[in-house]
Design a binder for this molecule. Structure first.
Ligand code: GTP
Ligand code: SPV
Ligand code: MN
Length: 589
């Protein structure tokens, strides 16, 4: 337990508010966590799975109405409405505190308050930041213990008089969707989440702190918090180059971060190393380059579609010490199953809602489309040896990407940093099950940060431009990819997954100035023969050409859509981006 004065004062206030029966301090020890696992199995909150097949693994089901992030109920409560900007929900902080306190009041009665000290980033790293989460949910404690570094070691590095930590209060209440609020108070370093017990809504270190609060801190302190994977690509000479990539939720970050190189590449000696799969904190290093750390300590990954072919590294990562949420419980052998794991759904199963399920109902999924695994990063067979390096890894390229059935080519490179910021700002993607609401609708999702930017998005674009000025010649090169172009039958054209390394190889070659490119109105696309297609079945250069194409007609429509989107930002839209849009329109003439 800490001696930090501001932590203790806040804790007393919160205790008085929520009235727990007792307070338990999470020290991070295996004994304490094991005790909590036992308790959660006794109450039925978790199910202990087959310990021979899945040692240390558990299953949990959340309430049916509580299965994804809730963007409509997520608020940025900056003092001034204009600082939250047009893309965030806002409410006056005093009003919101009052509302949340009235909801949370006495809600821990009869329950235990768990105090979780946690570090985002390797403990003691100059780039790491500390948070405290209070929760009434053992599920949250056990997830936080996988996703972040928790306990006494964290407290040891927070000075007694420091106020540099993030306050997080989580109250499950009765998971009433009508009273669910996920609220951020950037000027107070504070987060309050009520009436949910699911993932991104309640693991407050993740989206709430490491993106929404951290993006605000990053703007003020001169660094960046981004919804990005971090990946190292080792070439046959043993040199490792690192890239980050921002794709919207459930659009392929975990998959790219853990990809297996195609056989031909493996034979040549290519290897891929995972540093992170969801969040990157990036700083200008002593050498003037951009360096990234992964603030997390585990993966909260999408289960459906994960299998030994699509992502063996992810599947192997989940075979021990993992919590599964909202997947199928296979009662035949007390294991788990989800759509896309294999072709053998259990005949004796329980679906994500807790009902008997036998895999024979074609229209009724067994696992929720946003069912997830929470797995320790150290389980990952391809985890980078730099994972725990508090200084991070130097970034050669930043890659944006989304799900676009049409319009956006397989890959293109921006002309320079500011053009790259433009490319990120105009990202659009089909929505997925990661958030509640319609799925498959194209929406603008700048830098994959639409649901996660903790301040005015126009200022966020401005911050990107400033970072480019700081980095100058040493700035990473910026690219855009789209694995999701479909043919007339709606089938994905590009094979994707491990074969995405073929595109990354071109990206790195461009960074090193080793390969030419085609100038198009939107930037540089590859000469088709520069993408290595060796070993690919059913995919030839003619097909490749169709997905490298930049159709001026479609892009003219796109430009009109961008113009409309940009209008939202009013005078907070940087001049540089207005000019970029004008250039795009000019290029399309
Ligand atoms: P969050 O954890 O929600 O931020 O998502 P993520 O970006 O890590 O998503 P993830 O890698 O789990 O992507 C999940 C979905 O993308 C699954 O439906 C995958 O099948 C699909 N996917 C990933 N990579 C590819 C690819 O290269 N091609 C195609 N067609 N689908 C892909
Ligand atoms: C996402 O939705 O982008 C996620 C899952 O990574 S959650 O933690 O629920 O936000
Ligand atoms: Mn994410």
């Amino acid at each position: 337990m800490t001696k930090n004065k501001s932590v203790l004062k806040w804790l007393e206030e919160m205790k008085a508010l929520v009235s727990p029966d007792q307070v338990v301090w999470i020290d991070g020890s295996e004994e304490q966590l094991e005790e909590l696992r036992k308790m959660s199995c006794d109450t039925g909150e978790m199910v202990k799975l087959n310990q021979e097949k899945l040692p240390g693994c558990y299953l949990h089901r959340t309430h049916e109405n509580d299965v994804a992030r809730v963007e409509a109920r997520t608020f940025i409560c900056s003092r001034e409405e204009k600082d939250a900007g047009p893309t965030n929900n806002w409410k006056d902080p005093q009003e919101m505190y009052e509302l949340l306190y009235s909801i949370a009041k006495d809600s821990y009665q009869g329950k235990t308050m768990y105090v979780i000290p946690y570090s985002m980033g390797p403990v003691g790293s100059p780039f790491a930041k500390i948070g405290y989460e209070l929760t009434d949910s053992i599920y949250v404690v056990l997830n936080m213990a996988i996703m972040t570094r928790v306990g006494a070691a964290v407290e040891a590095v927070l000075p007694e008089d420091s106020d540099d930590w993030v306050r997080g209060l989580h109250a499950s209440c009765n998971v009433d969707a009508e009273k669910r609020y996920i609220c951020h108070f950037p000027e107070d370093n504070a987060i309050i989440s009520v009436n949910s017990a699911y993932g991104g809504n309640v693991l407050l270190g993740k989206k709430c702190f490491a993106l929404r609060i951290a993006s605000f801190l990053g703007k003020n302190e001169g660094w960046m918090a981004e919804h990005m994977l971090i990946l190292g690509i080792e070439n046959p000479q043993g040199e490792i180059k690192y890239v980050t990539a921002a794709f919207p939720s459930a659009c392929g970050k975990t998959n790219l971060a853990m990809m297996i190189p195609p056989e031909g590449y493996q034979a040549k000696g290519y290897k891929v190393w995972t540093v992170g799969d969801d969040i990157a904190w990036m700083h200008v290093g002593p050498d003037g380059r951009l360096w990234a750390i992964n603030p997390e300590n585990g993966f909260f990954g999408v289960a459906p579609g994960t299998n030994m072919k699509s992502n063996p590294n992810a599947l192997i990562t989940t075979q021990k010490g993992t919590i599964f949420t909202n997947v199928v419980h296979n009662l035949n052998d007390n294991t788990v199953w989800w759509e896309g794991l294999d072709k053998n759904p259990p005949e004796l199963g329980v679906d994500w809602k807790g009902n008997p399920w036998n895999g024979k109902t074609a229209d009724q999924k067994g696992a929720h489309p946003n069912s997830r695994f929470t797995a320790p990063a150290k389980n990952c067979p391809c985890i980078s040896d730099q994972f725990d390096n508090g200084a991070g890894v130097p970034i050669s390229a930043i890659i944006f990407g989304g799900r676009r059935a049409q319009t956006t080519p397989l890959v293109y490179q921006s002309r320079d940093w500011n053009n790259g910021v433009f490319v990120g700002s105009i990202m659009a993607s089909e929505t997925t099950a990661a958030a509640t609401g319609a799925v498959g609708v194209v929406r603008r999702d700048p830098m994959a940060m639409l649901p996660f930017c903790g301040y005015h998005m126009g200022d966020y674009f401005g911050h990107w431009i400033e970072m480019g000025e700081k980095l100058g010649e040493k700035a990473p090169k910026i690219f855009n990819v789209n694995w999701f172009r479909v043919d007339d039958n709606g089938k994905f054209i590009w094979p994707g997954f491990g074969d995405n390394l073929r595109v990354l190889e071109w990206i790195l070659a461009r960074c090193e100035g080793k390969v030419d490119a085609v100038q198009t109105p939107i930037g540089f696309t590859p000469n088709p023969e520069d993408i290595n297609l060796e070993g690919l079945e059913d995919f030839d250069i003619e097909t490749l050409k169709t997905i490298l194409e930049v159709d001026p007609g479609k892009w003219a429509k796109e430009a009109a859509g961008i113009e409309e989107f940009y209008e939202k930002f009013g005078d907070r839209l940087p001049e540089e981006l207005k000019n970029q849009l004008a250039t795009l329109k000019e290029n399309l003439k």
